[in-house]
Design a protein around this ligand. Structure first.
Ligand SMILES: NS(=O)(=O)c1c(F)c(F)c(SCCc2ccc(C(=O)O)cc2)c(F)c1NC1CCCCCCC1
Ligand SMILES: [Zn+2]
Length: 257
């Protein structure tokens, strides 16, 4: 609850008492109504640079009580798809439970099993702390996770370490791997809109990209994500998604017709 700066997905209606931006008019996530999106030929395919990390590189993986976060080197950049330069900060996941799906964005009212967020900052906005408070200071590449017929080998380096960070606050390291493999193959078909962090402090400074093509993981991999981690006071870390927010007149662009 409000007052001591700590928040949970259980009291998401009270976030705005403590974090005023959470009650703003440019909040995320949103439902993407595919009949209302506007095609924009300016939206070029997203091109990523520097993502095939050498196994000698050690990345921090941490359970921060709200999600599992993989810290990313700033050498990972978005080379195209945005007019500004963006450098990677971290990636994290959102998921549901064995009882139901847990993506943050929805498409035509459909919630997917999970969602990956790769978070970037615009270095011309200064430090990360300054960038996250400036419009366009942050960019998030989002992709939906969906149950498919077989294991997704690209997710194994992450998922096989989850048991090492089962408790809140636990941290481990993951050897460098091909981070781009965590995203869909087709980075040319996406939705773009201006929104916010989906967690307090809900800064309205995020340039969102939501890929149309989903990422397929096996049922066992999705189940591992849903049943391994613990949040506060040893409760299962599940359903770590915020409900969709009103557009308040915002337009959602599409890179495809
Ligand atoms: N979907 S999202 O991108 O808004 C998002 C979430 F939904 C998230 F739930 C999270 S995790 C909750 C926020 C948090 C808590 C602890 C720590 C820490 O101990 O270092 C850090 C962050 C989370 F970390 C993020 N992304 C973060 C937002 C907080 C800080 C801004 C820069 C990194 C992006
Ligand atoms: Zn997120």
């Amino acid at each position: 609850g409000p007052g001591h700066g700590h928040w949970s997905y259980a009291d998401k209606d009270e976030w705005q008492l403590e974090f005023p931006f959470c009650g703003g008019q440019m909040q995320s996530p949103i439902n993407i109504d595919t009949n209302s999106t506007i095609f924009s030929r300016e939206l070029q395919p997203v091109v990523l640079a520097g993502y095939n990390l050498d196994p000698s590189e050690q990345l921090s993986l941490m359970n921060n009580g709200h999600t599992v976060v993989l810290r990313l080197p700033g050498s990972l950049t978005i080379a195209s798809g945005y007019p500004q330069e963006y450098r990677a900060m971290q990636l994290h996941l959102h998921w549901g439970s064995p009882e139901g799906p847990g993506s943050e964005h929805t498409v035509d009212g459909r919630r997917y099993d999970g969602e990956i967020h790769m978070v970037y900052y615009n270095p011309s906005c200064g430090s990360i702390k300054e960038a996250m408070k400036k419009p366009g200071g942050l960019a998030v590449l989002a992709a939906f996770l969906q149950v498919g017929p077989e294991d997704n080998v690209h997710y194994q380096p992450l998922l096989e370490q989850l048991h090492e960070v089962q408790e809140e606050g636990k941290e481990t390291t993951v050897a460098g791997f091909n981070i781009e493999g965590l995203l869909p193959a087709n980075l040319g078909r996406y939705y773009r809109y201006s929104g916010s962090l989906t967690t307090p402090p809900c800064y309205q400074t995020v340039n969102w990209t939501v890929f149309s093509q989903t990422v397929l993981l096996s049922k066992e991999q999705i189940s591992l994500l849903e049943t391994t981690l613990q949040g506060d006071d040893d409760t299962d870390l599940q359903n770590n998604f915020r409900l969709t927010q009103r557009l308040h007149g915002r337009k959602v662009l599409a890179s495809f017709q």
